[in-house]
Every structure is written in C-alpha cells, then in structure tokens.
Design a protein around this ligand. Structure first.
Ligand code: FEO
Ligand code: CA
Ligand code: CA
Ligand code: CA
Length: 607
C-alpha cells in the first residue's frame, strides 16, 4: 500500500556524510543561522545569558534544552511569526557549576553540606523548563531577529494552568493548591509538540515522573506504573529547596495523613498530559487536555481536519514496551467554531498490531476491553489517569519506545518512530517490533481502514534504522552511507510530503562502539513513495537534533539542537573543559539553540 502512487517529492540536494565535528553541517547551497540560544532575553531591560543569571533573569529568557516547536505565521507571512518551542529539561551542572566554581555532587548539583538545594537555583531551573513564545522577523539580509514585544514570552514550570476534560475536578487531582481539582502549576519535560487544526500549540509532558519524590512504602499505581518508586530523591531534588516554599515542596508526593487537599500526594496526577497553549493570547492560561490520556507523552500529531468529521490525533508513550494512542473527538470539526473543547469529549484508543499486517484500535473507555470496576477501573477519569494500566488490560501492543508521529497530509497515512529498545529479549519480538535488542530503532506506518476515525488499520515497517549491515529501507534494501542512521526520534512530514527524520542516539553511547559509524546526531529526509533516504544535516558534539517546522513558503526550515556538550565528563566541569562550545565557539559554555536553514538560491528547502 506504499502510498499515493507517483514518484513522491524530489530530494534535490547532495547528501552530506556523517560528522563528529563540533559544528552544524548542511548540504552545499544551503546556509544556516543559529539563534535564540538558552538564556536569550525576550524582554527589554532584562539581561541576556550569563553564567551568573538568577531565577528572575531566567523567567524572561529563552529556556534550556530546545525540543518540539512550530512556526505560527503572523498574517500568513513567511518572514514574521511566533516560533513556539519546548524546553525539555536542564542540566544543573551547566547552569550553576561554572559560575559558582563549586564542586558537584553525584547528582551534578553544587554541593551543600546539609543536602538542601539553593532556592534561587531551583526557581531558575523551573523557569528554564516549559515553553518559549518567540516573536521573530526576518530582515532584508536574510537574518532572523527576535522582536522584544509583549508577544515574546514564557510559560514555565511555575505558570498556573487549567485542567480540562474528564480528569479535571476528579478526586485524582485534588490538591492543596487546587482543592476543586481545576488547576495545577507548571508544565515539565516538554518534549515533542503538536499543532491543533484551530491553530493552537500542544506541548507534551514526557518524563515528568522523575521530578517527584515519594517516601511512602507502597506507591499508588497512578505513580508506580509511571516509574515513581519509594524514594526521598528525584531528578533535581526540587523538594529539598531551602526555605520550604510550597511551590518546591509539592515535588514530594508522600501522603502526610489528613485529606488530599492538605498535602501534595496528588501533584503527580496533574502531569503527563498534552498542554494546549494559544500563542496569540498571552492572558489565557495553558490547558492540560486530560482526555488525551496520562503517560510519558512524547507529543501529539493531528490528522488533517475534515469539516463535519471528528478530530483525530495520535500520541506515543516513550518508554520501553509502552503504547501508541489515538484520540477521536465526539463532536465533529467545524472550522468556524472549532476550539480545544473538542479534545474534552471523545474516545481514547491504544493500538494493537497483528502479525498479518492488520491492526485495531482498542477503546480505553468504561466497560470496553475489560475496563470495568471489577478489574479496578472505576470510571473514565480513572482510566485516563491510569492510561498505561488501561492499555495493559485492553491488550495493546508493547512497542519499542514510541516517539514522534507524522501524518501524510495527502493520504492520511500515519508514521511513528520507535527509537530503540535494548531490553526486548530474544523471543519477545513481534511483527511490529521485529528485532530483539533493538539498538537502532525503526519507523512504522499505517493506513486507517475507512475514515481517519476508523478502528481498523493496515500497517507495515517503513524503515529499519541501522548501519550498512542492519539497516533496511522501505524496499528492504540495505542503507547506503548517505542514509545510515540510529535512534530515529523527531519526525515530521512537510506540505510537499518530505518526511524529515531526526536522530537521538543517547549521549552515553554516541560516537562509541556500534554507534561510532553514525557520528553525531543528525537529520535525514525520506521520500515516502520511493523510500529514498538522504542525510541533510549533522549537528555538533554531544547533542540531539529535535524539533522541526517551516515557514508557510517552505523557504525557511527551523530545527533545534538540544544539549550540545552533554558528553562532557563530570571531572571536566570545574575547568570549563566542555565537550562542545557550540554555538558561541571559543571557551563558551554549550547551549541549546534553534537553527534557521534556507537555500542560497531562495528555493524550497529539501526540494
Ligand atoms: Fe524526550 Fe522521547 O524524547
Ligand atoms: Ca531530548
Ligand atoms: Ca524525543
Ligand atoms: Ca529520544
């Protein structure tokens, strides 16, 4: 069922080789501008990046660890718009160590004798998470520049947010902060994104579980199934901030007796959602859309909306042996009135891939697929908060870390990256996850049988990532030097149906052993009809390439470079001996940043 027929889009550039240089490389005839690195001031009168920035500075600066993003044009223009981008996480060692000249403890934090954390450092870290809305304009010289007006702003780990959909107001999310369960504070670990048919931005909440401590001996399944274990520690130890402010203590979910409205036991239940942000309304609170399920949301991708038909979107849960989900709205799409409330009523499904190339969507709804009170699912809110457990009960297919999805704008065909899964043992293979010890990952695609809201589909493997021995393209042919890749993660299909593929080989293994041949993380582009695959970009040392969007005229491609220099050895920090100095060069601290890529001849990028 290879697609629409025809030859598909041209890939007219000369592929580039792999690279291990501390540089961004693009094909001949292309130029690249690195811009809005972490710490760029968005507001007149606030400082740009400096190693001794404080929490208040960071509140008005671009966050760290750029990830999913989208360009929202102003008045349809291709030279001015709002670039909205996620900031997935931070590295305290880069944020604080250089400035303070302090020794780092085993967590990478500046050491404090009593084990507490500095409150201003913690607040700065929360401000470096979240989302940036950046007003950009391209000058006559072709350079993109930040416009410091009220449209450039931040959403952070401290911004008040609304909860909407079936979980809102339920017992699961009653907290001291919001006794009626209608609100929560902040969004965290925003990885990939989505764009709704009505022109709003969706930020995902991926590895939020790591931010919470819980000292209880027995951990509730609403937390245990997501990786919260009995512990007094967490990724950044925010709950140990000196001074005991409520906004930090909430990261310790230990029940303290009394009611849920008196402590923080339910705080983790307000994370794990897709968060809707209206980039054009600075006054509107972001909204967590709970009917899309609670899990390690990599992102969300919408099928093209059709007047009078339901809204359909797809989401991956990026953890080993987790699931791919689909949401179908109850109400039909009407362009004149469509808004985010369409995401509050409908049906969440999980995918089951059969060995014969067929597949089905299993409804995660009360009374369906074993989701009954007898089996421990009281109602719809309970199912959505426990989406992983619900999909377990329904019998969905356990995947090799579902990351980004893409929908073909012409055919509605859906693609998903499965980045890797080295814990799949021999004997655990299935047709959709065909490799034990899946070190390099793959890409799957399917076509719904009927409308986009169908409950049956036909699927196939589009790409087995790998080196020249193990990689296979859509035709089953080995990958050549221009096409080898590992750990596909970011994925996006542009309006001319070029499939952009970004890689995220972990910094713990990149440029080493079986991964050495791939060099630094990179971006490739595929023709969905022919399976042709060519390398388009390679990034600097220690980073991953993630996040991709274009201007409407397709003459500027935006791509993010996340965590350059993450391969720096712990012992090298005190001396500032970073593995990368990108993008500033010299002795500079490495910083995540956005690339604006265009052709010297002004043509369409990738064509
Ligand atoms: Fe944040 Fe699954 O990558
Ligand atoms: Ca990442
Ligand atoms: Ca990712
Ligand atoms: Ca990844």
């Amino acid at each position: 069922f290879a697609g629409q027929g025809g030859r598909g889009p041209s890939l007219g550039f000369a592929a580039i080789p792999t690279s291990s240089a501390d540089a961004v490389v693009v094909p001949e005839g292309y130029r690249v501008q690195a811009m809005i690195p972490w710490g760029t001031s968005l507001t007149e009168g606030t400082p740009d990046f400096a190693t001794d920035n404080d929490a208040d500075d960071q509140a008005h600066q671009v966050g760290s660890h750029h990830d999913g993003m989208h360009f929202f044009p102003l008045d349809g223009r291709s030279d001015e718009g709002l670039l909205v981008l996620n900031h997935e996480y931070i590295e305290p060692r880069f944020m604080h160590a250089a400035a303070a000249g302090l020794a780092l403890d085993s967590g990478g934090f500046p050491e404090r004798p009593d084990g507490s954390r500095d409150a201003d450092q913690v607040r700065r870290e929360l401000h470096a998470h979240g989302v940036s809305i950046v007003h950009l304009r391209r000058g006559d010289d072709g350079q993109w520049r930040l416009v410091k007006d009220a449209q450039s702003r931040r959403v952070t780990g401290l911004t008040p947010m609304r909860l909407a959909g079936p979980v809102a107001g339920s017992e699961h999310v009653i907290t001291q902060y919001s006794p009626d369960g209608s609100m929560t504070r902040g969004t965290l670990n925003n990885c990939a994104n989505g764009v709704t048919p009505w022109g709003t931005y969706m930020a995902s909440e991926e590895n939020w579980a790591g931010y919470f401590a819980n000292r209880a001996e027995t951990i509730d399944r609403r937390q245990a199934r997501y990786g919260i274990t009995s512990r007094d520690t967490s990724r950044y130890q925010w709950h140990k901030a000196a001074g005991g402010a409520d906004e930090f203590l909430r990261f310790d979910a230990t029940p303290r007796g009394g009611s849920a409205a008196e402590d923080y036991r339910n705080e983790p239940h307000a994370f794990g959602y897709m968060v809707e942000i209206d980039p054009f309304d600075a006054e509107a609170a972001p909204i967590k859309r709970t009917h899309l399920g609670r899990f390690a949301h990599e992102g969300v991708v919408f099928a093209p909306a059709v007047e009078g038909e339901p809204v359909v979107c797809y989401s991956g849960d990026d953890a080993r042996f987790e699931y791919i989900y689909k949401f179908v709205s109850a109400r039909p799409y009407r362009a004149a009135t469509a808004d985010g409330s369409l995401l509050d009523e409908g049906t969440l499904y999980a995918a089951k891939f059969h060995a014969d190339g067929s597949g089905e969507w299993l409804a995660l709804a009360p009374g369906e697929n074993g989701l009954t009170p007898e089996n421990g699912f009281q109602d719809l809110a309970d199912i959505l908060v426990n989406a992983r457990s619900a999909a377990d009960t329904a019998g969905a297919t356990k995947m090799d870390r579902p990351e980004w999805g893409a929908v073909d704008p012409a055919s509605g065909q859906v693609y998903f990256t499965l980045t890797n899964n080295t814990r799949r043992e021999p004997g655990q293979e299935d047709a959709a996850n065909p490799r034990a010890n899946n070190t390099f990952g793959h890409i799957i695609r399917w076509r719904e049988q009927g409308g986009q809201d169908a409950t049956r589909f036909q699927w196939e493997i589009f790409l087995l990532a790998g080196d020249r021995d193990s990689g296979r393209d859509a035709n089953g042919a080995p990958l050549g030097d221009d096409a080898i890749l590992a750990s596909p993660d970011g994925l996006w299909m542009d309006a001319e149906r070029r499939l952009w593929i970004q890689t995220d080989i972990s910094e713990s293994v990149m440029n080493d052993g079986i991964y050495e041949v791939f060099g630094n993380n990179q971006m490739l582009v595929a023709n969905p009809e022919s399976g042709e695959l060519k390398r388009f970009l390679t990034g600097p040392i220690g980073q991953e390439i993630t996040g991709v969007t274009m201007t409407p005229d397709r003459r500027t491609l935006f791509v993010n470079v996340q965590h350059p220099g993450a391969t720096t050895e712990a012992s090298a920090f005190a001396a500032g001996d970073y593995a990368s100095h990108w993008p500033d060069g010299g002795d500079a601290i490495p910083r995540s940043a956005t690339l604006a890529i265009s052709r010297e001849d002004g043509g369409i990028v990738g064509a």
